[in-house]
Write a protein that binds this ligand. Structure first.
Ligand code: F6R
Length: 608
């Protein structure tokens, strides 16, 4: 996810663009840049770092130009660096372009360009600007229309050309783009927060639409050249509200983004018709995945819970021995590694967590192959591991991991499937992949209705202890539910494998303790039913997470029911997780807690 902005009007463009970029920083913050029309061509400034770093680099710069574009980046292709920052430019520097999204066929498009074009970045975006330059024949809108017709993937772009001063051409397909219409000119941006300091009159571009934006006019057409009449909407939000996309908290926004980021993370990685999973950017040699006998998964906190789920997937789909440990423990263990028979996988949203990084470094020194699964491109783990698989969750602002966790689950599931097929221990299962493709829509449906969670919160928010129980694949989800609840609501919570209840925690149960029980259809369904009976017999309050069509008993026994759509057993963690997130969120809100920045916690734990 990146942030795009542009302005053309009567005011100086640079301050307008910088203000808008600050408002979009939540969409990405690893590098940024601006291009503004000047007397002798475009003024261009790009930096690695945040918008504040771009501000610092622009200190003392006075540009009179009244048209320009800007970008804040969340890297997907090519590490965060000055050269990979946008805007990208044509060889003659006549065209400047900013892009949000992924150009899936960038390699093929590159083959169409003259061989002597020298690329200056590692991005998928740069190919677009060179193609535009090739296709330009005096009409920028036409060149954009023609060029985008060849692009596969998702994009939003804003482009300016030196020969068409005062004009921005913007287009979208798969990534959002909004046009602002104001007294001092017209604007374009990825999201409302960038516009609301200047205007609240906006046009929402629809899929495959191209806008030609001049200081006093806006025309819109489709990518097929058909003219479109667009209505102007008046927005009543203020800028702060809008940064959260209208959501009260970033955490809620990020919960709601899960369908979109899961789709994004699946893109290009699974072919359900063929029943195969592929990782186009994975460079570790397949011979390593075939020869190893043991895989070690290391992480902290929520990421550790994702590894715990993955253990069941790996054991189900491969013949590997699987070990899962917490970074802070693993780093001090005496490890008896067999370098040619094992590999390490570290899982981390930030790619910077000190304990996971220490484990990675310790094992790297033993010549053991290391794969990192992380969200932040170019992070230390991504650089120090032998290879990396990105989760593509986009920036997560709320301290509590939500979309990071579900995208980690996705990549770990796909990786398990991939290894299983590669090693010949798993044939593949088209139906399973088809069911996986349904997950984003199912999550979408699931998170729309928060009424039951609000009811639970209203009735249970004064409780000081919660117990979370699950078995098999849903035992780690119970652990994750307890972690979410304690970190944002400060309610004491324990996550337990349900079978362990009788070995101790059952002593806690009385009429005061809410017990969250994860009971989707599965091989352990009847065992969970027995656990619920044990809780009920002692007066406990049961909050059940079970399937919408549950007819075998769990639903009937619950005091509250948090429904999940039906899916394959192996995929249930994707659908039992959102109830954990929303339940914690609603309880925390009801208790008046600072959901996005809970006390004592930091988003990235870079110290031991
Ligand atoms: C909980 C949470 C933390 C992180 C942990 C590891 O909501 O966010 O438990 O999961 O600090 O962080 P990463 O994944 O960045 O290594």
């Amino acid at each position: 996810m990146c942030g795009i902005t542009g302005y053309t009007g009567s005011a100086r463009a640079l301050p307008v663009i910088m203000e808008a970029l600050h408002r979009l920083e939540y969409r990405g913050y690893d590098s940024a840049g601006v291009a503004v029309e000047g007397k002798d061509g475009f003024f261009l400034k790009k930096v690695k770092g945040k918008i504040d770093d771009l501000d610092a680099a622009l200190d003392g710069v006075e540009i009179e130009g009244t048209t320009g574009i800007g970008h804040t980046r969340w890297a997907t292709h090519g590490e965060p660096s000055q050269k990979n920052a946008h805007p990208h430019f044509s060889i003659d520097r006549n065209i400047m372009l900013v892009h949000n999204g992924i150009i899936e066929n960038h390699d093929r498009l590159r083959d169409r360009l003259p061989e002597d074009i020298e690329f200056t970045s590692e991005t998928d975006t740069e190919v677009l600007v060179h193609l535009l330059s090739e296709n330009y024949d005096g009409d920028l809108t036409e060149a954009v229309r023609f060029t985008l017709g060849e692009v596969e993937g998702s994009f939003a772009v804003a482009v300016v050309h030196r020969d068409e001063p005062g004009r921005i051409v913007a287009a979208r397909s798969g990534s959002p783009l909004i046009i602002g219409c104001g007294g001092e000119g017209n604007y374009v941006a990825s999201d409302l927060p960038a516009l609301l300091d200047f205007t609240n009159e906006v046009i929402f571009l629809d899929e495959d639409e191209i806008a030609t934006i001049d200081s006093d006019s806006i025309t819109v057409q489709t990518i097929d050249g058909e003219e479109r009449k667009k209505s102007v909407n008046s927005i009543s939000w203020d800028a702060v509200q809008a940064q959260k996309g209208g959501y009260k908290h970033f955490m809620l926004k990020e919960i709601a983004e899960q369908p979109q980021v899961l789709r994004q993370s699946m893109r290009g990685r699974l072919d359900s018709e063929a029943g195969i999973v592929k990782f186009p950017n994975l460079e570790l040699d397949d011979s390593i995945f075939k020869r190893i006998e043991k895989i070690n998964l290391i992480a902290c906190g929520t990421s550790y819970h994702a590894c715990m789920v993955a253990r069941y997937w790996l054991e189900e789909m491969t013949d590997l021995h699987v070990e899962v440990d917490i970074g802070s423990e693993y780093r001090y263990r005496s490890l008896n590694y067999e370098a040619d028979r094992e590999m390490l996988v570290t899982v981390s949203q930030s790619g910077e967590t000190a304990d996971t990084l220490a484990a990675l470094r310790k094992v790297s020194r033993l010549d053991v192959p290391v794969l990192s699964i992380c969200n932040v491109l170019g992070s230390t783990m991504a650089r120090e591991a032998d290879d990396v698989l990105y989760t593509h969750a986009g920036p997560e602002i709320g301290v509590a991991s939500t979309k990071s966790f579900t995208t980690q689950l996705l990549v770990l599931f796909l990786f398990s499937y991939y290894l299983g097929r590669l090693r010949g221990s798993f044939e593949g299962d088209r139906e399973l992949l088809e069911a996986l493709e349904q997950i984003p829509d199912q999550v979408d449906q699931q998170i729309r209705d928060r009424e039951i969670y609000q009811k639970i919160a209203a009735e249970q928010f004064k409780k000081e202890d919660f117990l979370f129980l699950g078995r098999h694949l849903n035992y780690p989800v119970a652990m994750e539910g307890a972690l979410k609840l304690k970190e944002i609501s400060y309610i004491h919570a324990e996550g337990y494998p349900a079978g362990e209840m009788k070995h101790g925690p059952i002593a806690l149960i009385d009429e005061e303790i809410p017990v969250v029980v994860l009971g989707p259809h599965s091989r352990v369904y009847n065992k969970m039913l027995s656990n619920i009976e044990e809780v009920k017999a002692r007066g406990g309050i049961v909050l059940g997470v079970c399937m919408e069509d549950d007819k075998q008993g769990i639903a009937e026994m619950c005091d509250y029911l948090m429904p999940v759509p039906d899916t394959e057993e192996l995929l249930t963690p994707f659908l039992t997780t959102p109830p954990m997130q929303i339940l914690s969120y609603e309880l925390a809100v009801r208790r008046g807690c600072d959901v996005d920045q809970p006390r004592n916690l930091a988003k990235s734990v870079t110290v031991e």
